[in-house]
Design a protein. Structure first.
Length: 126
């Protein structure tokens, strides 16, 4: 049950919806997340009241088409699964959106069972 935040800059709403769909499909394909386990926050910054900054770290050129994808999930995925996830996100975004692979920035945050409450003030995984 990952928790996903996706931040974009001045992207048409239909395109942002396609980005969200592509990320969910990649999570399902690469690491076995059930399709109905979809918890996403989508933020479309307007460049005035909110914006995104980016640099050219590790010689990857980025521009205002950058998509920040922040995924929190429970521990347990292998490095191979994570690599597959990153590749699947880029592939699906390339196939279904206008997002260029150099603009896909993904961060995973792993945590344990005690770090989740899925409702009713309970720690359901404990």
């Amino acid at each position: 049950m990952p928790f996903v935040r996706i931040d974009v800059l001045r992207m048409p709403q239909a395109e942002l919806a396609a980005v969200a769909d592509a990320v969910q499909q990649a999570l399902t394909e690469a690491i076995g997340i059930p399709p109905e386990d979809r918890f996403q926050i989508l933020t479309n910054h307007d460049g005035v009241s909110g914006t995104l900054r980016h640099g050219t770290y590790l010689e990857v050129p980025r521009d205002d088409g950058i998509v920040y994808i922040d995924i929190a999930l429970r521990r347990g995925r292998t490095e191979e699964q994570k690599r597959h996830l990153y590749a699947q996100v880029c592939q699906r975004l390339s196939e279904h959106t206008q997002v260029a692979p150099h603009n896909v920035f993904i961060v995973l945050h792993e945590n344990g069972e005690a770090d989740w409450s899925l409702g009713h003030g309970r720690a359901q995984y404990l």
